[in-house]
Design a binder for this molecule. Structure first.
Ligand SMILES: [Zn+2]
Ligand SMILES: [Zn+2]
Length: 885
């Protein structure tokens, strides 16, 4: 039998086993119509992304589910892929072009896309490698990219279908515009931040009479786009002004005063400037009153010709000049500080400009209604449950989704505009002439679709939809969608809407949401704080299994995970503990084949105990996994393997390995429990379990027909017949005895090598405890040991430590615990130190100077301390006199 290395070397075996699994084709499921498959479609990481701990957590949790289900015998598909990440990738490629001092417009669309593809192909390959490094058992033969031909055709098909049903439309609406990215953004791509701004009070002179109306605004520079001033119809202050005209200063334009219920009389002056083209609320007011839309900005947020003399200025520079000029004309009443929330682009953090623009939208309401119903009726379950309510709230208030983006990187909108008749041609395939008039003077829409549009189809586009493929028929709908709670709306909700719309079926049955990863103090990880754990570095230092176990064991559904290096390190210690225990077992076997433990009769108590505990833990772990409580499942396995198997069973077994008595050999139990435990742990720590399992396997007879890999072995199932409450009770009692004696030894600092005397008294469990006398003697370093019925216990045991335990009583005679003369010396020193301290304190409390100057609470504290020291002195004196008696 080959020796296994002394220390566990993760790097080497991780690579080797991953390649072995890949070569064996274990990650690719067999389609078996008689079996229901288990399917997870991997949330595609952004192709721009570098692997961070969030990815490592996603990968770990999904791999845990997938390996577990595969071991349970289900055809299991975990489909990997990456997302083209529209804006994010475009930003990266533009930065690369900027390094060569060119813009995307300089190089043109074709060249730009070529540069983007080169970069993306590299990045994709490295993301896939990172997943493989983490042990992800996903089916690489089915890997997809959102811009692949299949998923792209799905995008065009979904677009055309929605358009034909009237659920996609093009219209002028107010949208969030990023002046840096120069594209529309959906509401979800805007991050709101509190800004310390100002509220400017501006006077608009009345047109036909003297006087003015004062409006309050945070954005004076947009007044060029005002098309009305609105007041509340109930506001007595302005009743007479409704219907009259005011003059916009500087550009001398007249606009009406209108009445609208939406005006809040308590905000500012109660009169609002209405700029329908640059504010979402004003846009709605404008719609109600048929106000014209005056767009005053260019795409880069400089002012356009509608701003008269200010045209060409940047929006904030313009604000400063407008304020100065209004002040000069006496039209600025006052400026107040004002804290308000302002939208920023989540990609580049530029302040978003609300802007009326011609864009494509999805009418989401009808889609959302169906998506709400499926969750309400329980066809889809969200874990943890509390997110269901958040989901309903969002879906019930959903607004139309702006899906066009003024970018080049992405799925180009499948619409062609006719220059002759002005109609659209909407088509899945490229068209050469207008479907209305036949003209060839047509041009495709320049824009691309929001990346989340293709992500919304991911559950079925990856399986071949819109074609009727075998994969789609067999693997759709998926079982679980596992992802971060932060993209519940961006992604999960939209997948449910589009899955139902495209296929008529739900896309998955369970949504499992995990939280964010924070540092050990619960702080957000950031480069600035320097508390980021780089997964690649952690893997190099501790191994993949340690990182995976730390991530899985500390996660609970929907909650953030606090993770410091300490946790990864303690997981590594667990791997080492396991390695060393296994190594000891292998070294104890003399090349003989170990029998199956279930064939053995006349089991010893500790054997019955460990088999019973194993089966309880197997049952518990399976139950926890069913409920998605992976963290708790980890701890059950950890406590069993380390706290019971390694610390107790292996230690007790060592005693039995010494004498030559084959019938009583613990080896079958050591091997069998180790073998089952490895399978139980495999989904969490795939590499070390495979390495050890391959070694264990060699000791099992041919007839056990063990598979080639632990990956394809079956997941342990609890045998309720093996549960033995009597053995558990007895072994718990023995463990309690040994632990208590060890604690006493530690408390009195008894030297490790020193044997101490112990008397153990018990009633019911006497025979069982007696049978473990050797274990107690060795593991607690006791000699002599007396185990006797409780009725033989003497009333007076002399000076001794008495431990009253659950099922027994342990007496440790004082004389064997401590060296009396050493103890007397120690106590004498203790007495001297205490007396000296009392002397000092007493003197201080008699010192009038101190009593006059010190605060009362300090004096009280010192008095209390003195009393305590006097009590202590009494105790020490008593112990000394007892020692001498
Ligand atoms: Zn931006
Ligand atoms: Zn036409």
């Amino acid at each position: 039998m080959p020796e296994i290395p002394k220390a566990y070397e993760p790097g080497r075996i991780e690579r080797d086993w991953y390649n072995f699994w890949l070569k064996q084709g274990y990650f690719t499921p067999e389609i078996d119509p008689k079996k229901k498959p288990f399917v997870i479609i991997m949330p595609p990481p952004n192709v721009t992304g570098e692997l961070h701990l969030g990815h490592a957590l996603t990968t770990t949790l999904e791999d845990v589910m997938v390996r577990w289900q595969r071991m349970k015998g289900k055809p299991t598909l975990w489909l990997p892929g990456t997302d083209h990440a529209g804006i994010a990738t475009q930003v990266v490629v533009e930065q690369r072009l900027a390094e060569q001092s060119v813009t995307r417009r300089d190089v043109g669309r074709e060249k730009f896309l070529q540069v983007a593809w080169e970069w993306v192909n590299n990045s994709r390959a490295s993301i896939n490698l990172q997943h493989q490094m983490l042990g992800a058992s996903c089916d690489w033969t089915r890997e997809r990219f959102t811009l692949d031909e299949g998923p792209s055709k799905a995008v065009r098909t979904a677009f055309v279908n929605l358009y034909n049903k009237g659920l996609i439309y093009r219209g002028e609406r107010i949208i969030n515009w990023c002046p840096r990215c120069q594209t529309a953004l959906s509401d979800l791509e805007v991050e709101h931040k509190e800004i310390n701004g100002h509220l400017y009070y501006i006077r608009y002179p009345l047109a036909a009479e003297s006087g003015f109306i004062t409006v309050a605004t945070t954005r004076p520079e947009t007044f060029f786009g005002d098309t009305a001033v609105a007041v509340n119809p109930e506001d007595v202050r302005y009743k007479d002004l409704i219907g009259k005209k005011v003059v916009l200063p500087i550009i001398d334009k007249q606009i009406p005063v209108i009445a609208d219920d939406a005006v809040d009389v308590s905000f500012g002056t109660g009169a609002l400037k209405i700029t329908p083209a640059h504010d979402p609320t004003d846009f709605e007011v404008g719609q109600r009153h048929n106000l014209p839309l005056v767009d005053i900005m260019n795409p880069d947020a400089t002012l356009n010709e509608n701003a008269g003399p200010y045209a060409g200025l940047e929006r904030f520079a313009c604000r400063d000049m407008v304020v100065d000029d209004l002040k000069g004309k006496g039209l600025l009443e006052k400026i107040e500080p004002y804290l308000h929330s302002v939208g920023h682009c989540i990609r580049c953090q530029t302040m978003v400009e609300p802007r009326v623009s011609l864009q494509w939208f999805i009418r989401t309401k009808p889609l959302a209604e169906k998506a709400i119903r499926t969750v309400r009726e329980g066809d889809i379950t969200i874990i943890p449950e509390r997110f269901t309510k958040i989901y309903f709230e969002w879906m019930e208030n959903i607004k139309d989704w702006c899906i066009s983006r003024q970018l080049w990187w992405g799925h180009r909108i499948p619409v062609w505009y006719c220059q002759d008749c002005g109609e659209f041609t909407v088509s899945v395939d490229i068209v050469s002439h207008c479907s209305h008039c036949g003209s060839i003077q047509i041009a495709q829409d320049n824009d691309v679709l929001d990346t989340w549009f293709s992500s919304a189809l991911w559950t079925h586009s990856t399986l071949g939809w819109p074609e009727d493929t075998e994969d789609l028929r067999y693997f759709y709908p998926g079982a679980v969608m596992e992802t971060g709670y932060d993209i519940l709306f961006f992604w999960v909700a939209r997948m449910i809407m589009m899955g139902l719309e495209d296929t008529g079926e739900i896309p998955f049955r369970t949504v499992y949401l995990h939280g964010l990863i924070r540092d050990e103090h619960g702080e957000k990880m950031s480069k600035l704080r320097g508390n980021v754990i780089n997964p690649t570095e952690a893997i190099n230092e501790y191994g993949v299994d340690a990182l995976r176990f730390a991530l899985a064991s500390n996660s609970t559904p929907g909650n953030d995970t606090n993770l410091g290096r300490g946790k990864v390190e303690s997981s590594r210690n667990f791997v080492n503990k396991l390695w060393n225990a296994a190594r000891f077992i292998f070294q104890s076997v003399d090349a003989q084949v170990v029998a199956d433990s279930s064939q053995l009769t006349a089991l010893r108590m500790e054997d019955r105990w460990i088999v019973s505990r194993l089966n309880r833990v197997i049952g518990e772990v399976n139950r926890l996994m069913e409920r998605f409580e992976f963290g708790e499942a980890c701890w059950q396995i950890y406590d069993f393997m380390w706290g019971e198997f390694c610390d107790w069973y292996v230690e007790i077994a060592k005693l039995r390995l010494r004498p030559v008595e084959p019938a009583a050999s613990p080896l079958p139990f050591l091997m069998n429990v180790l073998e089952s435990s490895l399978r139980l742990l495999h989904p969490f720590m795939p590499f070390v379990t495979e390495e050890l399992w391959q070694n264990v396997k060699q000791y099992f007879p041919e007839e056990s027909h063990m598979p080639d890999s632990i990956m394809t072995a079956s997941y342990p199932i609890a045998d309720s017949g093996a549960i033995d409450p009597e053995a558990e009770r007895a072994m718990n009692s023995v463990i309690e005895i040994i632990r208590s004696i060890r604690n006493v030894r530690a408390r009195y600092k008894v030297e490790a090598a020193k044997q101490i005397e112990a008397w153990v008294y018990a009633d019911e469990l006497l025979p069982q405890i007696s049978s473990q006398a050797e274990a107690i003697k060795t593991l607690a370093r006791v000699n002599p040991l007396v185990v006797a019925p409780r009725k033989e216990r003497k009333g007076d045991v002399g000076r001794a430590v008495v431990l009253v335990l659950k099922e027994s009583e342990v007496i440790l005679p004082w004389a064997s615990l401590v060296d009396l003369s050493v103890e007397e010396q120690r106590l004498t020193r203790e007495r001297e130190v205490t007396e000296a301290r009392i002397g000092q304190l007493d003197a201080r409390l008699r010192d009038n100077d101190f009593l006059a100057k010190a605060p009362q609470h300090v004096v009280e504290k010192e008095k209390k301390r003195l009393t305590e020291l006097r009590d202590k002195l009494e105790r020490v004196k008593m112990e000394i006199s007892q020692l001498r008696s």
